[in-house]
Design a binder for this molecule. Structure first.
Ligand code: UDP
Length: 328
């Protein structure tokens, strides 16, 4: 059996994790997924469950006995399990903080026993409300007050990063940290607040497209297939160890223009409405105005460039949602 063949993916039933499983299986790896199905779903894995090289374990990363066994039997670990989605995190603050901080600590603790290589999924949220719009990895994390629940996610992810670097420094652990910027594509659920699946679902049902704030905030969206390729390339590059990388698309779009694009592509009669942030997320919510990654670092190391354009991403995702709705 080839080296580094047994892969453990925490959160592998989620949107990104299921695409990552698919790619690694296609590369001939043996993939084990652990997922508590809180935001992940078996639907994301139906096409994988019959593959002899794929194993699904339903459970939580907080279960140290199970995690110890799974990590012992893995050569490499992608740690994607987390409470995700602004709305989900606001609705489930205790669970989110616990999973996103203690969960990662457990993975690092157990992986450090045999110095297993771990890739930790972090987030562009760690830049917080830093007023820049383009973020190199060295940019400051500027988080808001602790009474504003949104920042608990960024804070937990920042702690995960500190802990990863600490394990690397003190115990020689091979750890890689990746900051994901708005990853999108088929299988992303519209239930946890993410803007593209929400707008697509609203458009297809001719419901109003809910643009929060003035709609002039920008985001850049990256196709999940591009993202998982970048992540796998980092895992196999020795110089990625001990480092942090942005992964995303350097081209931003305003949320208002995004709504317009989705409305056009779905031939929808929906109107585009503006919803104040406090109505959408509660009093005192803070959004970041602009957020685009500087991807020089990941490009230089593994030649990462996003290939799928926003138009193509939207078309593929709309087609997926339409197909799913037809089969219901
Ligand atoms: N957003 C919106 N309408 C929605 C959902 C989100 O206008 O129905 C906005 C949200 O306020 C943010 C952007 O779209 O400015 C991206 O939101 P998302 O939750 O997808 O990701 P974030 O970048 O906030 O993590």
């Amino acid at each position: 059996m080839a080296d580094k063949n047994r892969i453990l993916i925490t959160g592998g039933a989620g949107f990104i994790g299921s695409h990552l499983s698919e790619l690694l299986l296609a590369k001939g790896k043996k993939v084990t997924v652990i997922d508590d199905l809180s935001t992940g779903s078996k639907d994301n894995m139906v096409h994988l469950l019959e593959n002899d090289n794929f194993t699904f374990v339903e459970g939580t990363i907080l279960d140290e006995i199970t995690m110890k066994k799974l990590i012992e039997n893995a050569d490499e670990i992608y740690h994607l399990a987390a409470a995700v989605g602004v709305k989900y995190v606001l609705d489930n603050p205790i669970k989110s903080i616990h999973i996103n901080s203690r969960g990662t600590e457990i993975i690092l603790e157990l992986a450090s026993i045999d110095k297993k290589k771990v890739l930790i999924a972090s987030s562009s949220e760690v830049y917080g409300k830093n007023p820049s719009s383009v973020f190199p990895e060295t940019a400051d994390s500027i988080l808001g007050a602790t009474k504003i629940s949104r920042w608990s996610y960024a804070c937990a992810k920042a702690l995960d990063e500190f802990l990863s670097f600490a394990y690397h420094q003190e115990k020689g652990m091979p750890v890689i940290v990746v900051r994901f910027f708005n990853t999108v594509g088929p299988r992303q659920s519209d239930r946890y607040g993410m803007v593209i699946p929400r707008f697509i679902s609203q458009s297809l049902h001719n419901l109003p497209l809910t643009v929060y704030g003035d709609g002039q905030q920008t985001r850049s969206f990256t196709y999940v297939g591009d993202v998982v390729e970048g992540v796998v390339a980092l895992m196999s590059h020795p110089d990625a160890i001990g480092n942090v990388f942005n992964i995303g698309n350097p081209h931003g779009i305003t949320i208002e223009s995004l709504a317009q694009k989705i409305k056009e592509k779905t031939n929808s009669n929906s109107e585009i409405v503006r919803i104040p942030y406090n109505q959408a997320y509660g009093e005192g919510f803070e959004d970041m105005r602009h957020r685009v990654p500087d991807i020089t670092k990941i490009h230089s190391l593994v030649n990462f460039t996003p290939k799928v354009s926003l138009d193509e991403i939207l078309e593929r995702t709309i087609e997926f949602v339409e197909g799913k709705e037809k089969n219901v």
